[in-house]
Design a protein around this ligand. Structure first.
Ligand code: BGC
Length: 392
């Protein structure tokens, strides 16, 4: 075997509740996605938890997941829905019985509708409301969570929700963004303190890292600026109370001076003959760049919380996973403390504002015929082998 990973290495896959459960009382519900699908029924995970747990446990020794806040808590500071708590607990217990540890994500791009009405992230109320949620998460699930991830990619959430306006709450206002950033980072500090009262499990955030680079002269300044804001400024606000830094990596992005991606400006990617998946420029080396950059800066243990490619082509997913794992292996050999890797994603799911035809899964989900049948893809078989052999 060429690439053997350290003993105890965490291998897993990752999902987010909103992308796999039918939309309940949150702002994504009803959104018309770029591919024409409506955000509502996603992949029926809430009806298939036990079947899904069986599949998940074959794809790693760990699973990164979040819960549907909008169903657990139906009003500000309201008590969690007992029945739903028990449902989630049975699912999590089943995973644990199968030897699959759990990384629990508190916030993954979704707030309940009441949260938006009672004071969104730009108001100070949000800190107390989120803290109450985290308090009850800790009360109800800390015995089952082996790792905690307070916020999933605050940088992506803030940029898309408050600057480009493509995610709820669809704002395009840097001042609102700044307020939300400050409140979220305070909420992160509080959340870490609350969780620590209940458990010794390591706590992190996941930080999305993108390689921004100038495609031409006009792109020089914007690339520097977004790199600083997205990769340093946002992170610095969250990192202090954490035990580990989660890094999620998918792509690099050229600026000309506007961002160039396959999903938004395919003609530019094609014209420049840049390798790409169905969404972005493909550049796995970028993951190594960010691992080294963040390790040198923060010296916190690193877990890859998400990595994957948007494609329907299993061979491409296998090749790219190998490529990413080689890079990870190199970083580990250099002495960087990398504890694990979660592939994004376990299942094909609802890719937020662009829709479910943009696939990331190791497991195919048939949403076209409405059956939601799960079928392991060849790339899923490949990943199972990696997990078994602790390398490839
Ligand atoms: C998010 C996922 C998303 C993935 C692919 C990450 O930024 O955390 O929810 O599906 O990227 O776009």
């Amino acid at each position: 075997m060429n690439f053997k990973f350290p003993e105890q290495f965490i291998w897993g896959t990752s999902t987010a509740a909103a992308q796999i459960e039918t939309a309940a009382n949150h702002q994504w519900k009803g959104l018309k996605a770029v591919d024409g699908y409506t955000f509502d029924r996603t992949i029926d995970h809430e009806k298939r938890r036990m079947e899904d747990a069986e599949i998940i446990s074959t794809l790693g020794n760990s699973y990164r997941m979040s819960l549907d806040w909008s169903r657990l808590q139906t009003e500000a500071n309201g008590k969690f829905d007992r029945q739903l708590v028990e449902e989630y607990r049975s699912f999590m217990k089943k995973l644990k019985e199968k030897g699959t540890s759990i990384m629990l994500v508190a916030h993954h791009f979704m707030n309940p509708n009441w949260f938006d009405e009672a004071g969104h992230w730009w108001t100070k109320n949000s800190i107390d409301h989120f803290s109450n949620y985290v308090q009850q998460l800790a009360e109800n699930f800390s015995d089952l969570a082996d790792y905690w991830n307070t916020f999933n990619e605050p940088g992506v959430y803030l940029s898309n929700g408050f600057f480009t306006g493509i995610f709820p709450p669809f704002k395009k206002n840097p001042l609102t963004l700044r307020k939300a950033l400050i409140n979220m980072s305070k909420a992160n500090e509080k959340a870490c303190a609350i969780i620590r009262d209940y458990s010794d499990a390591p706590i992190g955030i996941s930080k999305n890292s993108v390689n921004f680079y100038p495609i031409n002269k006009l792109g020089k300044l914007p690339a520097k600026l977004v790199d600083y804001i997205f990769n340093d400024l946002y992170t610095a606000r969250f990192v202090e109370p954490l035990d580990f830094l989660g890094i999620s990596y998918y792509a690099r992005m050229g600026l000309d001076p506007l961002p160039v991606s396959y999903v938004d400006t395919p003609e530019k990617i094609i014209e420049k003959k840049l390798p790409h998946d169905d969404m972005w420029e493909y550049y796995p080396e970028g993951m190594g760049i960010y691992i080294r950059r963040h390790w040198n800066k923060y010296k916190k243990p690193i877990i890859i919380t998400e990595s994957g490619v948007c494609t329907d082509d299993s061979d491409f997913r296998i090749q790219s996973t190998k490529h990413y794992l080689q890079i990870l292996h190199e970083c580990i050999k250099e002495g960087i403390d990398i504890r694990g890797y979660y592939h994004w994603s376990t299942f094909d799911n609802f890719e937020w504002n662009i829709g479910p035809t943009f696939r990331f899964g190791l497991v195919h989900v048939n949403f076209e015929d409405g059956s939601m049948t799960r079928t392991l893809k060849p790339c899923g078989e490949f990943y199972q082998e990696v997990v078994k052999q602790n390398g490839f």
